[in-house]
Write a protein of this length. Sequence first.
Length: 443
Amino acid sequence: MIRFIYNLFWPLGLLIFLPGYFAKMIRRGGYREKFGQRLGIYDGSLRNRLSDRCSTWLHAVSVGEVNIALKFANALRVLEADLHCVLTTTTTTGFALARRTAPPWIEVMYTPLDYWPIMRRAFSLIRPARIVLVEAEVWPNLAGAAHRRGIPLALVNARLSTRSERRYQRFRFFVAPMFRLLDLVCVPEGRDVERWAALGVPRNRIHVTGSIKFDSDVQTQSAPLASSLWDASAGTTERLVLLGGSTHRGEEEILARVFLRLREQFPSLRLFIAPRHVERLQEIRAHLGALPLRVRLASEALTGSADDADCMLLDTTGELHRWYSIATVVFIGKSLTAHGGQNPVEPILAGKPVVFGPHMENFGALAKTLLSNYAAMQVGDSDSLEGTVAKLLRDGEARERLVGNAHTALTEHKGATARTAELVHGLRPKCRVRRSARSKISC
């Protein structure tokens, strides 16, 4: 009945949210490519590639979730040498990253909209052996279709922010039946068990695995690209870099002003900024252009035209973890002028000390753990940011202590990817290939 009501009002909801949905896709670019996949329209070549295989369907919303899905898929393939996956993602940035980095045994597609006729077409194409959802991306029609077909449904790295938890509790009558359809929920911490159980997930299906995102056992190696661009643009052999990772509106200007003041003490200091949304690059460049600052794009360093840059704007998506290797101190974005915070673990695993603002709600438990173990520094405003960064730039031993303490604090998440893969591997696939004159798949 709940899904009936959901599908009844789904077209109305689409009309309400469609303008903003399209506006966001246009801003981020690339929305025309494979757009039909969002509506369950697939070309013949894709149908042919998927026609004779059983696939594990991985669903990841955007860049962060795509990185988690790829780490998990590689761990699962260690256990299943013949594994084939379909990775669906919602955003154009996530799609571009997946297309660029996924191995040949993973087919990358856009996520179908969760309307029953669209989802039915997606299931008829993918015919999944099992479905693995990353973080908290559970949709009623997807979950219902999997349950009716007897397809195991897992939620991995099941992150539940305080805001999402409150929203789910408010509408528990509607969401609890959907969460009860989950066959496996892998949560990062023990405290998450009660939170998911309160939303309707049977306790015996909830397992504490640690966070794949925070797992130091499986890390992408830093590509030499960042170092080579640094070498191409550095004016000195002393490498002092303040790097702002995944910054949001307003934080770029704060970092730039802090940098200009710090450079009086540290003449070799350089500023690197990686905005969370690359479509804001022109806006950021215009604002920073009003300051006494030579700003260049990272891509310009490839042509040798960024030799005199004080500030480098990183203009690629999904590459930030590779750039952390050149940083001296990392500021975590969306924590000073916006709420929520971004992932502080990637720079820690790259061996860099992290500083963040007062707003780390999306990583609240982790932020508290880091602060209580003297594994990160928290600042309240631009003045305290300047003072904290200055201390860290001046004191190499303090930087090493922060990083060492942070690695210790993350110990509980070590091996999370392998533990999660073992549990998903134990879900018995419901799909088999029947070979005849014309190969068919039954689910």
